[in-house]
Design a protein around this ligand. Structure first.
Ligand SMILES: CC(C)(COP(=O)(O)OP(=O)(O)OC[C@H]1O[C@@H](n2cnc3c(N)ncnc32)[C@H](O)[C@@H]1OP(=O)(O)O)[C@@H](O)C(=O)NCCC(=O)NCCS
Length: 188
C-alpha cells in the first residue's frame, strides 16, 4: 500500500490517484489548455496523444505504488469536471517532496492550484514518510505559479539557473519551501 491515500479532498476539489480510466477527460482538459501548458510544461512541447497519456498514467500508477511520485487528477467536487493534475515527487530521499500542478485554462484564477498544493502539503506531512520540507519551484517568469506557494506561506528558498526548455522559460528558477513545523503551526 502506498504511503499517500488514493483520494484527497479539498474544499472544492477531489484529488484522485491518476489512473487510465480518466485519460479521455485529461486529454480534453489538455486540449482546452494547450497554449498555456505549451508555454510552461516540458511535456507539452507537442500535443500529447491518447496513447502517450495512457503510458503516462500507467507509469504514474507504478510510481505511486512504489512511493516515488504521487500523481493525482483534480476534479471539481461540484459537477465532477476534470480540471487539472497535481503531484508530489521525491527529490532524492523522502525528507523533501516537491509539488507540481497544472489547471485547465478556463478554470484558472479560482484558487484551484493553491487548494491542490495545500491538500498535498498536508498529505505529505501527515504521511508516515518522515517528510521534513515540501518544495514548489518554477521558472521565475511564471508569476501565476509563483503566487501559489506565496499564498500558502512558503518561504522563498533559492534562485538558480536552469535550462530553458519551454517558450516561457527565462532560465532562472525559484524554489519555495515550507518546513513541517511551520506548516503545522500555520494550519493548527
Ligand atoms: C500556474 C497555474 C497552475 C495556476 O493555477 P490557478 O488555479 O489559476 O492558481 P491559483 O488561482 O491558485 O493562484 C494563482 C494566482 O496567480 C495570480 N496570477 C495569475 N496570473 C498572474 C500573473 N501573470 N502575474 C502575477 N500573478 C498572477 C492569480 O491572480 C492568483 O493569485 P490570487 O488568488 O492572489 O489572485 C495555472 O495557470 C497553470 O496551469 N499554468 C500552466 C501550467 C503551469 O505553469 N504549471 C506550473 C509549472 S511550475
Amino acid at each position: 500500500m502506498s504511503a499517500l491515500p488514493n483520494e484527497l479532498l479539498g474544499q472544492r476539489l477531489r484529488l484522485s490517484r491518476a489512473t487510465l480510466d480518466d485519460v479521455d477527460e485529461v486529454l480534453a482538459a489538455i486540449v482546452a489548455s494547450f497554449a498555456e501548458l505549451h508555454t510552461w510544461m516540458t511535456w507539452a512541447e507537442t500535443m500529447p496523444t491518447r496513447e502517450s497519456l495512457a503510458a503516462f498514467a500507467s507509469e504514474s500508477l507504478t510510481r505511486f505504488d512504489s512511493d516515488d511520485k504521487w500523481s493525482y487528477w483534480m476534479r471539481e467536487l461540484d459537477g465532477g469536471l476534470l480540471v487539472g493534475s497535481a503531484a508530489l515527487t521525491r527529490r532524492g530521499g523522502v525528507d523533501e517532496l516537491e509539488i507540481g500542478y497544472w489547471v485547465r485554462t478556463d478554470r484558472t484564477g479560482r484558487g484551484y492550484a493553491t487548494e491542490a498544493a495545500s491538500v498535498l502539503t498536508s498529505a505529505a506531512f501527515n504521511s508516515d514518510l518522515g517528510v521534513a520540507t515540501v518544495k514548489i519551484s518554477m521558472d521565475r517568469a511564471n508569476s501565476a505559479s509563483a503566487a501559489v506557494p506565496q499564498k500558502l506561506g512558503f518561504e522563498r528558498d533559492v534562485e538558480y539557473e536552469r535550462d530553458i526548455l519551454t517558450p516561457g522559460h527565462s532560465g532562472q528558477g525559484v524554489a519555495w519551501v515550507v518546513r513541517r513545523d511551520n506548516w503545522q503551526n500555520r494550519t493548527r
